[in-house]
Design a protein around this ligand. Sequence first.
Ligand code: AMP
Length: 215
Amino acid sequence: MNIILLGPPGAGKGTQAARLVADRGMVQLSTGDMLRAAVKAGTPVGLQARAVMESGGLVSDEIVSALIGERLDQGTGNGAIFDGYPRTAAQAESLDELLAARGAKLDYVIELAVDEDALVERIVGRFTCATCGEGYHDKFKQPKVAGTCDVCGGHEFKRRADDNEETVRTRMAEYRAKTAPIIPIYEARGLVRRVDGMADIGEVTAAIEAILDGR
Ligand code: AMP
């Protein structure tokens, strides 16, 4: 089963993908994570992507589709969860080609429907454990013991450089202009399922699992 999680920044794509990985042995393919790793490692792709990411703009279709192709070649276990890809019509086309070349296809496009006004607050407050990646939020989910990760006991936390209000506004505008228009393309193919992304994290997961199980 191969699915796309689609929705604006802060809709909960990464959070839900991590849960599906844990529950179902699926594999998360996040171009944002891949690009951040490339920036950190100082690879040629990272050097090219860095400034664009800091501005909230989109990295080139060629770069991200190449990253996805390379990742698909490593195998995807019980299925791929595309998180933050595709973000443009050209990427959607590339994804079809990349999957077809590997004898695979898309099963669902799950749209996380959210109230955009709430997203900025969600995004600017979020941070993760630097050791295990567990997600937290200043307002909605502080660690149980201040300064200590609930999951691994780590004491270091990090925030994304692009999780500030100005960049978030640009990322939202990019979503509206370039990513939202690919939804009708998938709708025409009967692939889209809409989930209320404003519900509790667990309820969103349950709704997605019900779709994947054909319930
Ligand atoms: P994300 O972690 O998905 O929010 O992505 C963070 C940033 O990485 C975005 O704001 C873009 O600059 C870049 N990025 C991630 N995925 C893509 C993509 N599929 N196409 C273009 N740029 C991307």
